[in-house]
Structure formats: structure tokens, C-alpha cells
Design a protein around this ligand. Structure first.
Ligand code: BGC
Length: 756
């Protein structure tokens, strides 16, 4: 795959400025060709209001998908009824049906048996892979390698496209600063710049060079907007963010995805400053359309239009349909409100026909961009499906992505990598279950093809393996005698490898937690293993930043392995046995205590910071440090990199000028080491107080054995900007601090001045 794929962007240094400029020059698909526009106008003119409302409705696919486990099931409609709706032209799209052969027969109903023959759009939640599962998005963000994310999105699009799917409800681009929120796992973490570069990379990967290519998927950045700011981390709770914070933190990744050409956006469940996103005209029309010029279509999240009633915005279902359409929702999901009420609302003059027509034209525009009017059966080719899904290059990419997503938090005494001839006790409830490798939102995963950590160890160790695998406890429950069995196995081993943390379904949608800890039975298991005194390696499974118990933080080695997907076991074995070295970096802060949440490294300063001299009446907790246990950006490798002094080419940055920040990295060891150099900035006095540090750029470099490299970052005024009280981007002259550091808490600052 590596060799076949054109490198659309390969970033020497990823800064917001550079990334957006590159995307702008990339060959992105036109929103709508002129010929298509004429065809669409003609179709809209022929459609009845009922057919128009139908085009604006997407339902779960009953033909190829047996729902369960994901989403509430109560709305599902049976096959016969939905087939009748399609024939009557009262349905525009289906989602979560998979399979090329089935796609063909369902599409035939629309194309050959409905009055206007408008093809259906097939969407699906391809969040981190289809049958072949890649690392969960949070894990992949830990690679700090957007090009890797572009390539895995491409792999996912290839499997999806070849399985008769046209659109993915991804990338999820919500900035996630509260680790209590379960959907952190689907995000790129807590940082805005990482959010932007991953949103852009994934969009480019899904959509490929041309949307009309059957192996490309229409991207749908979600959930617009501020879904990640759910109060107290409770999924579906309101987001009480100011418009300034909205524009500074939550909107930029959406903007980045749209700049990369995404032609669809999903509106969120939550309220934003009191108004549900799905009924929010200011967001969906004011910002998205009028300000950003978005030409694609907005799909409401699952029944989010109907939920306007429960929220208390709409008086009843009819009112909900009216408010959603007028706010800017073009298509509703798992809801019949548009079909039931839009024709009447238009007839009563409560909704202009022009608004309905605009929504229909946008949906048809997306279908045209996908080439569905030329080939409604695109991707419905079982031979292509067989050749693509689970192909060797895609599996190899999953393994590579897995390796590059793990994060080594500590490795005292160089315990890792392990020798293959060691006697190993592999212990824990999460070591041998396919579902715990695949992670949440891998709803189409081929579980039989998942390589668990136990499988991966066996494959790596071969016939001479001296490996014992013991469960010890369940993820959230004790097993009678389990700890005793685990301790006995540990005592008979040279080294203990404990796979512990969250099981896959403890994070994801509707999986908020107040205590983001390792469940008690696993804590007891970890403590018992630590007490044996055997060297302990912890492989930490999680979909969020976790609070870790001492039995784990005291272990010499901790490798965060998240949910790495189909090749998890092989990827982990590659790292544990030293065929590859860990290179990942945390995209979220791990707190000392759950109660610190929402904790994010780029928090504002306080007027009363704790100092070495005084802790009285300062911003501090009685019972936990006011910083991260493992900071954002942290991650080790199997070698060491020494940072030299940070140098600036000049102490003053002229308003329209550029200076360079540089640092020399040395590698005293005898194997190459990959390092992610992170550029953080603090504006010391600004009209809106600026975070204690803010990531402005990063760069991945390889430092050769016993060698040195110099890493340079250009710095301009644009790298110092923020959103002012007038809601506009600005930079202000004055003094700044700058770090080139291996994480968000490390390094010594140098100062410079931005001169007016
Ligand atoms: C989720 C979306 C998802 C949709 C369809 C919703 O509950 O919030 O992210 O795309 O379901 O499955």
C-alpha cells in the first residue's frame, strides 16, 4: 500500500499555516460539476414535496444489516416497509448496510422501480476501518503522524467502497478535553492543532483523489459542534461554551475537514449555549454556510431532529421538523419527521419551498459528486470486494498503524524490549479477546480475523515459547481463584506482562464515567502481581486518558496499547520483542485523579499559581498535584534523545517577518531514535489571557545512532494568533515564551518579542 499510494502531503513540519496551504493546493473534487447542476435542477423541478422530503431522509439498512449493540433499536423499520418507501421515492439514503451484492439489489429498487429513478446513497459508520480494523482514532492520533491517518482512512475507504458504501459518518473531529466523556476514543484528543491535522488527513484519505472513484467515500466530519464539551463529560449533555471558545477550540477541526473537501457534515445531539446544535441556525446556516461557504449537505445525528422536542426547543414533532429544516439540517437520520411534516409545512407556508429545494439540491449534488447518476451501482462488484477487503496490503497497514500508535510511558532499567527466550506470564482479562483488540465503533469488524495480544505473542515466540496465559479476573468482576492462579503463573515466570485497563465497551458513545480508573478487580490483580516482585510490564488498554493506580504507575514499564484493531497482537509483539520501537505520543493528558477533569495541558493561567515558595491560597488541590500524571505529548522510545539549548535566530520577530527556532538533538545510543519535537508558545500578556502553553507545530525526526540532528521551525506572526473578544483572529505585539520540547510540561522556555 505504501508504494501504491501517492503521498498527497508529507509534512516536514506540521503547522496550521503550512497544513492549510498544502490542502488548498491539493486536487480536491469540485463540489458539483456544471452538467450535474443542470441535471439536478431539472430533477428538483419534477419532484413532488413528498419525494423531496424522502430524499432528505436516511434510515438504517434493514436489507444488509441486523442492528444490535449500536444505537437504540426501536426505530428500525422492516425490509418490506422500507422497500415500499424506496419504490415510492420516499427515501434518499440508507446507512450501515454492507456488502456489494446486496447493494446492487437494494439500489435496483430505487433506480428501476421508483418514479424518478434517483439512486440511493449508502452511508456507514466506518470510523476506524470496516472489516479490517485500524487503531481507534485516539490511538492513531498518538502516532502524531497525519499521513498515517490519511493512509488508514484510504484503506478504510477502499474496503468500504468495495462493499457498496458511498459515504462514511467520519471523521469524528470533536476536540475532547474531558476524559470522562466516552467518545474521547473516537477523537484526535484534546489539542486543537492535532484535531485540525487529523481532520484534514482523514478527510483526504476517505475522499481520495476523486469522489467518483468507487473506492472513495464521502467524508462527514461530526458532530457539529462542541459535542466534546458535554457538561461534566456526560454524553448528550449540553455544551456551555462561549462563541469565542467555540471558534478557538471546537470549530477549527471542522473547518480543516471542509477545507480538505468534505461534502457532508453531521449536526450534533447537544445544545450549544442553550440551543440544540440540530436546531441551531446560527451554527448550521450562519457559520457553516454564510461564513464558510459550505456547499455540501448537513445530516442530523440519529433522531437528533426529533430530540428537539425532548430538549424543549420544539413544541412537538411537526415543530421539530420545521425548526431543523429552517436551522439548516438538510437530511434527517432514523426519523420520519421530514416525510411526515415537510409537505404540510410547505403547503401551510411555514417553510419556504426554496429551502426544501436547496436541501434536496445539496443531497443530489453529493450523489452527483459520487458519480451515482452515471453509475448507481458503483462499488457493487463482489469480485472487487473479495480482492479488496482484508487484502494483504491493508492488513500490513493495520499492523504498521498499530505499532505507531502505542505509547511507551515508562521503561525503567530498559525492561522492554523483552527477550524471546524469557519465561513470560501474560496475564489479564483483555489479552485474548478479539472485541477488546477491535475497540468500540468497529461494528463491521471481522472478529475471526483479529490477532489478539495472546495470538501475537504466540506467533512472535514460535515453537519455543515459554508463555503462560492467565486471565486473573474479568474486566469489571473477580474470577474466583483468579488472582491466585495469576500469582502462581507470575512466580514461575521471569517477567510478567499484565494487560489491563478498560475493555472496549467502557469507552465510546454513551460510556461516560465519573471515575476514569482501572476497575477494582484489575487493580487488585495488578497489586498482587506487583507484590510478587517479578519485573512487571503493563500493556494498558484504554479509550481515554486514565487515572492509574500505584501498582501500575510503579511498574517499571507501561506501554499504552489502546485498542489497536485487527493486527493488535502482532503490532504489540513487534514492540514488546523489539522488532520495532515505540514512537507514539499522548494526544490526551493522563491525570493523577479523575477529579481533575476536564484537564487539558493548554489551560489558562491562574492569578494564583502554586509556586515553590508558597502553596497557601494558591490554585491547588489538597489531594492531588495540579498537573498531569503523564502529560500531553509524552512518549518514550527504546533509545534516549538529549535536547540541546533552544536557540532563536533573533530575539525579536518583526510584525511581517520570520525568525527560526532551533534545537540540536543528540542520540547517545546505538540504535536510531524517532523523536517528535513539539513547539509550544505562550503569549505573556494579551487582551484575552492565553494558555500556559499552546502547541503551534510539531515535527517528527529520526536521530541517528551516536549522532545529532538540528531541528528548525520557522515562526511567524500567524503562529501566534488567537481569537479576540471581537471573535476575530488576531495576534498582539509583546513578549512570548517558546519551548521546543518532548512534551507539554518539559523543557525550558526562551523568550522573544513580537514587534508591531
Ligand atoms: C452517533 C453518530 C453515528 C450515528 C449513526 C449516533 O448515535 O452519534 O456518531 O454516526 O449514531 O450510527
Amino acid at each position: 500500500m505504501d508504494d501504491d499510494e501517492p503521498q498527497r502531503f508529507r509534512l516536514p513540519a506540521v503547522s496550521r499555516r503550512g497544513f492549510l496551504a498544502l490542502a488548498a493546493t491539493a486536487a480536491l473534487p469540485p463540489a458539483q460539476a456544471a452538467a450535474d447542476a443542470a441535471r439536478i435542477a431539472e430533477l428538483v423541478a419534477r419532484m413532488t414535496p413528498e419525494e423531496k422530503a424522502g430524499q432528505l431522509t436516511v434510515m438504517a439498512d434493514p436489507f444488509r444489516w441486523r442492528p444490535g449493540g449500536v444505537n437504540p433499536d426501536d426505530m428500525n423499520v422492516d425490509e418490506a416497509r422500507l422497500a415500499a418507501e424506496i419504490r415510492a421515492g420516499r427515501l434518499g439514503a440508507l446507512f450501515n448496510g454492507v456488502g456489494a451484492a446486496g447493494a446492487r439489489s437494494v439500489q435496483r429498487l430505487a433506480v428501476e422501480e421508483s418514479r424518478l429513478g434517483i439512486p440511493l446513497l449508502f452511508a456507514a459508520d466506518i470510523v476506524h476501518g470496516l472489516k479490517t480494523v485500524f487503531p481507534v482514532p485516539l490511538a492513531e492520533a498518538a502516532s502524531w503522524d497525519p499521513d498515517l491517518a490519511r493512509r488508514t482512512a484510504r484503506g478504510a475507504a477502499m474496503e468500504g467502497g468495495a462493499s457498496g458504501i458511498h459515504q462514511t459518518y467520519a471523521p469524528m473531529v470533536d476536540v475532547a478535553r474531558d476524559q470522562r466523556w466516552g467518545r474521547v476514543v473516537e477523537s484526535a484528543g484534546e489539542d486543537v492543532l492535532l484535531g485540525e491535522v487529523f481532520a484534514q488527513a482523514r478527510t483526504l484519505g476517505f475522499q481520495g483523489d476523486s469522489l467518483a472513484d468507487p473506492l472513495s467515500l464521502l467524508a462527514t466530519p461530526k458532530h457539529f459542534a462542541a459535542y466534546g464539551a458535554a457538561a461534566a463529560g456526560l454524553d448528550y449533555a449540553g455544551a456551555d461554551v462561549s462563541e469565542r471558545v467555540l471558534r478557538e477550540v471546537y470549530l477549527p477541526p471542522f473547518r480543516a475537514a471542509l477545507d480538505a473537501g468534505a461534502l457532508s457534515v453531521m449536526s450534533a445531539f447537544n445544545t450549544v449555549d442553550g440551543v440544540p446544535a440540530t436546531g441551531n441556525r446560527r451554527l448550521l446556516t450562519g457559520i457553516l454556510r454564510e461564513e464558510w461557504g459550505f456547499a455540501g449537505y448537513v445530516v442530523a445525528d440519529y433522531t437528533a431532529d426529533r430530540e428537539l422536542v425532548a430538549h424543549g426547543l420544539a413544541a412537538d414533532d411537526r415543530d421539530a421538523a420545521r425548526l431543523a429544516l429552517l436551522a439548516g439540517v438538510d437530511m434527517v437520520m432514523m426519523s420520519d419527521l421530514y416525510v411526515r411534516y415537510l409537505p404540510g409545512l410547505v403547503a401551510a407556508g411555514e417553510v419556504p419551498m426554496a429551502r426544501l429545494d436547496a436541501a434536496v439540491a445539496r443531497v443530489l449534488g453529493a450523489k452527483a459528486a459520487l458519480g451515482l447518476f452515471d453509475d448507481p451501482y458503483r462499488g457493487s462488484d463482489p469480485a472487487l470486494e473479495r480482492a479488496t477487503v482484508g487484502s494483504a496490503p491493508i492488513r500490513a497497514l493495520a499492523r504498521e498503524a498499530g505499532r505507531r500508535s502505542a505509547v511507551l510511558l515508562q521503561n525503567a532499567g530498559g525492561l522492554l524490549p523483552l527477550r524471546r527466550d524469557a519465561r513470560i506470564a501474560l496475564i489479564g482479562p483483555l489479552a485474548a479477546e478479539p472485541v477488546n483488540a477491535a475497540g468500540p465503533w468497529s461494528i463491521f469488524a471481522d472478529h475471526a480475523g483479529v490477532v489478539t495480544i495472546a495470538d501475537g505473542f504466540r506467533a512472535a515466540l514460535g515453537e519455543n515459547a515459554r508463555l503462560t496465559v492467565v486471565r486473573g479476573c474479568e474486566a469489571e468482576a473477580e474470577i474466583p481463584g483468579g488472582i491466585a492462579e495469576a500469582v502462581a503463573a507470575a512466580q514461575a515466570a521471569d517477567v510478567v506482562v499484565l494487560v489491563a485497563g478498560e475493555h472496549a465497551l467502557m469507552s465510546g458513545e454513551a460510556q461516560s464515567r465519573t471515575a476514569i480508573d482501572v476497575p477494582a478487580p484489575q487493580r487488585a490483580l495488578a497489586a498482587a502481581l506487583a507484590a510478587t516482585g517479578k519485573p512487571l510490564v503493563v500493556l494498558l488498554k484504554t479509550g481515554r486518558g486514565l487515572e492509574l493506580p500505584e501498582a501500575i504507575t510503579d511498574a517499571p514499564a507501561i506501554l499504552v496499547v489502546w485498542f489497536l484493531g485487527s493486527e493488535e497482537g502482532n503490532a504489540v509483539a513487534d514492540l514488546v520483542f523489539g522488532d520495532a520501537a515505540p514512537t507514539g505520543r499522548l494526544p490526551v493528558s493522563f491525570p493523577f485523579r479523575s477529579g481533575q477533569e476536564p484537564y487539558h495541558y493548554d489551560h489558562p493561567p491562574t492569578g494564583r499559581p502554586e509556586t515553590a515558595e508558597s502553596v497557601f491560597y494558591k490554585a491547588r488541590y489538597r489531594d492531588a498535584p495540579n498537573r498531569a500524571r503523564y502529560p500531553f505529548g509524552h512518549g518514550l522510545s527504546y533509545g534516549r534523545v538529549d535536547y540541546g539549548e533552544v536557540r532563536l535566530s533573533a530575539p525579536t520577530l518583526p510584525w511581517d517577518g520570520e525568525i527560526t527556532a532551533s534545537v540540536r538533538l543528540g542520540n547517545p545510543g546505538d540504535r536510531p531514535v524517532e523523536e517528535v519535537v513539539q513547539l509550544y508558545v505562550r503569549d505573556l500578556a494579551a487582551s484575552v489571557v492565553q494558555p500556559v502553553r499552546r502547541l503551534r507545530a510539531f515535527r517528527r525526526v529520526e536521530v541517528p545512532p551516536r549522532g545529532e540532528v538540528e531541528v528548525r521551525f520557522p515562526l511567524r506572526r500567524e503562529d501566534l494568533g488567537f481569537i479576540g473578544t471581537d471573535l476575530l483572529p488576531r495576534a498582539e505585539p509583546g513578549r512570548f515564551e517558546l519551548w521546543l520540547a518532548p512534551d507539554a510540561e518539559a523543557g525550558a522556555a526562551v523568550r522573544f518579542e513580537l514587534q508591531a
